[in-house]
Design a protein around this ligand. Structure first.
Ligand SMILES: C[S@@+](CC[C@H](N)C(=O)[O-])C[C@H]1O[C@@H](n2cnc3c(N)ncnc32)[C@H](O)[C@@H]1O
Length: 450
């Protein structure tokens, strides 16, 4: 065949990208521009030329790893950065953290980690930073013990959490705090929810085995399956056909604990992206209606996409749960699932950027929003109906204390015992702590209407 002269577009897509530079840019988006890590990462990976897609896993590992160990890596970087880099050079700062992360947590040959990281400065169009990166990374290798001593002396660095959150968790969980912090810094398992309308869990496990994907059932639920190693969803048998979804086991309690029955009308009040909505429909066939509400229009679209994949139906509404006058048709509900916005401190292992993005001043605002949502929705519940309050938080102020003050404000509300087989009972409701039985941190409480 006659060779054709290469087109410019092809040439550029064949130019190898530097995965470290891409990871540094993603980290910069989070630490400087307060972006969500998953959104910034997806955007960067989508922009990779087709010939470079193989670098995606490495970029993801480095971006997540740096944010997981951010407070520790920052303490080390400070030892050798004579002065902070300028705002416009925070990508170089992030690249230094990427270099340190490789040296501490990845099985990359040391010289390769240093050389590739130094070279990434050129990819970021800042070759002047090469000497600086080289000097810092080599100093770390020479004086690792000094770095270890620094880490040991600073709790934020040792546990890789911000001081304020460390203090909250120590105070609230005096017997468990070290285990919680360690679990927060683990890589989370990939957990699936088998759609029981289509097949049994045992049958799906056999299909995974056939596909060469090692997995085991999680015994505290009837539907959860944990993979030995995460895989892209496109490799999961039947994912596109809605036979299985990705959802942590602790989140899979919601549909069961809501205790809805055929013939009932149910509101899923903070529903997006629709993980629990889908599970509810799989778990309880024959509901008269399931209304899935969320305040964010773009997120309501995600509920619709998820339900389309599962071939299930719900009425989706964009509206504010705290102000039902704007969207409620006046017909009461038998069940309310109220999975409120929260600190998300129970899912830090999945979203390590929470440790950077969340601020102590967010907590009073979140607690106020949760109370407004609960109060706003309460009149929508039929007498004899049940409200399931859910958070992915481990902070009592968002959990049992929130429920306690709700019960104090509403004479017609009483706590209903939950048949939980995981976690621990609190003064009100149940708490699963992060990492407990391989699960995310979740809180559940059920409130009945007299
Ligand atoms: C924890 S997430 C819900 C997760 C969802 N239940 C699932 O299982 O996939 C909380 C959701 O509440 C929504 N939200 C926040 N404030 C709201 C409000 N006032 N009214 C309705 N939805 C709200 C957010 O947009 C977010 O999608």
């Amino acid at each position: 065949m006659k060779p054709t002269s290469p087109q410019p577009a092809r040439r550029s897509s064949a130019t190898p990208i530097n995965p470290r530079a891409v990871a540094a840019k993603v980290v910069t988006e989070v630490i400087v521009h307060a972006r969500y890590l998953d959104a910034a990462l997806v955007e960067s990976l989508d922009a990779l030329p087709p010939t470079q897609r193989h670098a995606a896993a490495l970029i993801q590992e480095m971006a997540y790893g740096v944010l997981r160990w951010f407070h520790q890596l920052e303490a080390i970087a400070a030892l050798w950065l004579a002065k902070p880099l300028k705002e416009k050079d925070q990508d170089i700062h992030a690249l230094l953290l990427v270099g340190l992360y490789q040296l501490r947590h990845m099985r990359v040959a040391r010289h390769a980690a240093v050389t590739e990281t130094v070279d990434a400065a050129t990819a970021l169009k800042k070759p002047w930073a090469k000497n600086l990166l080289n000097a810092c990374l080599r100093s770390y290798l020479r004086e690792t013990e000094r770095a270890q001593a620094t880490i040991a002396a600073q709790p934020a660095a040792r546990f890789s959490h911000p001081d304020w959150l460390l203090a909250e968790i120590r105070r609230d969980w005096p017997d468990d705090w070290e285990r919680i912090l360690a679990a927060n810094n683990e890589r989370p398992p990939m957990v699936l929810r088998v759609n029981r309308r289509r097949q049994t869990r045992a049958h799906y496990l056999a299909r995974l085995a056939q596909a060469g994907i090692a997995a085991k059932p999680l015994p505290l639920t009837e539907t959860a399956v944990m993979l030995e190693t995460p895989v892209p969803v496109s490799e999961l048998p039947g994912f596109g056909q809605g036979e299985v979804s990705v959802q942590d086991a602790a989140a899979q309690f919601a549909a069961v604990l809501l205790d809805a029955h055929a013939g009932e009308r149910v509101l899923d009040a903070c529903a997006a992206p629709g993980g629990k909505t889908g599970h509810l429909l799989e778990h309880t066939p024959g509901l008269v209606e399931l209304v899935a509400l969320d305040r964010e229009p773009a997120r309501v679209a995600l509920i619709e996409q998820n339900l389309a994949r599962l071939s299930l139906m719900a009425q989706t509404i964009t509206g504010d749960a705290a102000h039902p006058a704007g969207w409620w048709d006046g017909r009461p509900f038998d069940r309310l699932l109220v999975d409120v916005p929260c600190s998300a401190t129970g899912v830090i292992r999945r979203h390590p950027d929470i440790k950077l993005r969340r601020r102590p001043e967010d907590l009073p605002k979140l607690i106020a929003t949760q109370a407004q949502i609960l109060d706003g929705l309460w009149p929508l519940l039929k007498p004899g109906g049940k409200l399931l309050y859910v958070t992915c938080s481990m902070l009592p102020t968002e959990n049992e204390k929130q429920v306690e003050s709700f019960l104090a404000r509403h004479a017609d509300a009483k706590e209903v015992a939950l048949p939980m087989n995981a976690g621990r009972a609190r003064s009100r409701g149940w708490q699963v702590l992060p990492g407990e039985a391989d699960m995310d941190g979740f809180y559940y409480a059920c409130i009945g209407k007299n």
